[in-house]
Design a protein around this ligand. Structure first.
Ligand code: NAP
Length: 584
């Protein structure tokens, strides 16, 4: 061993792993924005297990996960690992890499010391019974994203990975290009090839959201290579050329439409009608770009909340909307009629297994996948690259950083199999997604290790309710019901049948009844035709916290209070706020 630690950019002899290395570390006491959370330190190179490999990192890919890791939210990744028995009090991020194999465990057979590789970020315990039974490791409870959910990612001179994660590096790519495409490429591959019956066929139209983004730019190329027809959605005409160069048949500028967001209520005939006009206009644009009246058999989704209603509507009968993120929000609204009557599939997808990663990489090796590295940084700027992401000042497409590579443009050892001109984004392009969420978010499980603590101050519904209630009958006209509402200054009436409560007539019901009708027509409708059947109710002796949960769940502001199953009063959100904040 010649040196204890090598300078960044000074490669140790192949196969010689020094005891120490330079690395960018996140520590708990530095949690915060990237310029603060990342710090360069010298630490021990980790030991490996029999199925693991040490790779000398030449370049690393950047993604948003390690902005979150540095902020310490929504998960403190260091604490989470400490809890699982791993003692390190730091995190080294980085979930994409190109580099050279320097050391292998005794069970590793797919690579040898000296191999030039790219690394995919899917790791799992090879002894997990689910995996040993031959199932898709993506469903294994041991599945973890390397460099976010595991330590020793690629922002260091050496990274520790499982052997199966190493794949041959395309010889025609530079180190920085090779570090840019695997995470997004493999994710896009599984989305497009991982859900049989809905694997695209030559000639199939495919709608791709965010065509100029990291995932979208990979999807365009994968769809094109399959002989299917990629149509990209973008937010500015300055990105058309980029997507066309990657292989898109054409583009749709989403800024030409304004029907985005959650679906209007299906009873809101005017709102729904407006939305329908918007989505049809979008569909007509799709036909125009495609050059024929066919709908996409696959819709490639990741924006989520704002685009899902459109995706599910525009998708062909029997087709699939496949989604791997909810960048604009997690509450997708679905008009279920279109889902079941037109027998569409709404499929979640997350990263990729070995088979899918290798298949995607074969496309890259064959020269059919441009890495779309939009911006490359030197090693010292790893915090800056993340800060730009944090501040939404980074470009579309993929970013990478040099680690061991001493300069830009190195690492090519062969000509491109298919010579082509690089697709480039406009020079002033910056990213348009407000705040992407981490690739892996912590989700609740059936068996949580800690009890869920419920806080309740002991107040009962009877302590805060209004006794009595204002009512009408099913046979009353809306005109009469409206008069009762205004005379009593209430927002909803209990609809009674004998001494039972049959339902509620709310102001929302009245507004919806008026949609598409004249005042005169609406006034003559009977309450029974538009009321909401059944009454959301709670018992007079129920805790307030239970009543609050019920209101939140149903998104309503009032509950009927019952005693021995007979209506006795009303609890309103105003009563609850008074209780929470004090009457003054
Ligand atoms: N589950 C997984 O395995 C996995 C893997 C990789 C990435 N992801 C996630 O997937 C998402 C996308 O990743 P990426 O690398 O492609 O990000 P990216 O490079 O930022 O691209 C996202 C694209 O979405 C488009 N977009 C932004 N706001 C939109 C809106 N309101 N409606 C429609 N499109 C909008 C933008 O394009 P325009 O402005 O041009 O429309 C942007 O280029 C992220 O949330 C990422 O974390 C998940």
């Amino acid at each position: 061993m010649t040196k204890e630690v090598y300078n960044v950019g000074e490669a140790p002899p192949v196969g010689e792993v020094p005891p120490k290395m330079h690395a960018w570390l996140i520590r708990e006491e530095r949690f915060g924005q990237p310029m603060q959370s990342f710090k360069s330190e010298v630490i021990d190179v980790p030991d490996i297990k029999d199925d693991e490999v040490i790779v000398y990192v030449m370049a690393a890919g950047i993604n948003y996960n390690n902005v979150w890791a540095g902020l310490g939210i929504p998960v403190n990744v260091i604490k989470a690992r400490n809890k699982a028995g791993q003692p390190e009090d730091f995190h080294i991020g980085g979930s994409d890499a190109s580099g050279i194999v320097y050391k292998i465990g005794k069970d590793v057979t797919n690579v040898k010391v000296g191999d030039e590789v790219v690394v995919h970020c899917g790791s799992w315990d090879r002894n997990c019974p689910w995996v040993t039974a031959g199932n898709d490791p993506m469903y294994s409870p041991t599945y973890k994203i390397w460099g976010y959910e595991t330590n020793y990612g690629s922002f260091a001179q050496f990274t520790k990975v499982q052997g199966h994660m190493c794949m041959p590096k395309p010889a025609h790519m530079t180190w920085e290009e090779a570090a840019a495409y695997v995470l997004v490429g493999a994710t896009a591959w599984r989305m497009l090839y991982g859900w049989p019956e809905h694997t695209m066929k030559p000639g199939d139209p495919v709608l791709i959201w965010g065509g100029a983004g990291g995932l979208g730019s990979m999807a365009i190329q994968i769809v094109k290579a399959a002989g299917a027809i990629p149509i990209a959605v973008i937010s500015g005409d300055d990105k058309v050329e980029y997507c066309m160069r990657l292989g898109a048949k054409g583009c749709i500028n989403r800024k030409d439409f304004d029907h985005w967001g959650m679906l209007p209520h299906w009873k809101d005939s005017v709102g729904y009608g407006e939305w329908m006009k918007g989505v049809r206009k979008f569909g007509a644009k799709f036909w125009e770009v495609l050059g024929e009246k066919r709908q996409p058999t696959v819709v490639f989704e990741h924006p989520g909340e704002t685009t899902i209603p459109t995706s599910l509507f525009i998708c062909e009968t029997g087709g699939m909307v496949v989604i791997c993120a909810g960048t604009t929000g997690f509450n997708a609204t679905v008009d279920l009629r279109y889902l079941w009557m037109r027998q569409k599939r709404f499929q979640g997808s997350h990263f990729a297994n070995d088979e899918q990663c290798y298949a995607m990489n074969d496309l890259a090796l064959a020269g059919k996948l441009d890495a779309c590295a939009a911006r490359v940084f030197p090693y010292d700027e790893i915090p800056l690259a993340h800060q730009l992401m944090h501040d939404n000042q980074h470009p579309h497409g993929n970013m990478s950083v040099l680690v061991g590579a001493p300069d830009f443009g190195l690492g090519k050892s062969a000509e491109e199999p298919i010579p082509h001109e690089r697709a480039t984004l406009p020079a002033d392009d910056t990213h348009s997604t407000p705040h992407p969420f981490p690739l892996s978010v912590p989700l609740a499980d059936m068996s949580e290790p800690e009890d869920i603590k419920l806080v309740d101050d002991g107040t009962k519904v009877r302590d805060r309710m209004h006794k009595g209630f204002i009512s009408c009958t099913k046979e009353d006209t809306l005109e009469h019901a409206a008069k009762i509402m205004f005379d009593n200054d209430v927002h909803a009436l209990v609809v009674t049948e004998g001494d039972e409560a049959a339902g509620v007539l709310s102001q929302t019901d009245m507004v919806l009844a008026r949609q598409g009708r004249t005042i005169e027509e609406a006034q003559q409708i009977t309450v029974g035709d538009v009321m909401t059947e059944g009454c959301a109710s709670c018992d007079v002796d129920a805790p307030m916290s239970v009543a609050i949960t019920q209101m939140m769940k149903l998104r309503i502001h009032r509950l009927l209070v019952t005693e021995n199953d007979k209506p006795v009063g009303v609890l309103s959100m105003t009563d609850i706020v008074k209780n929470l904040m004090g009457d003054s």
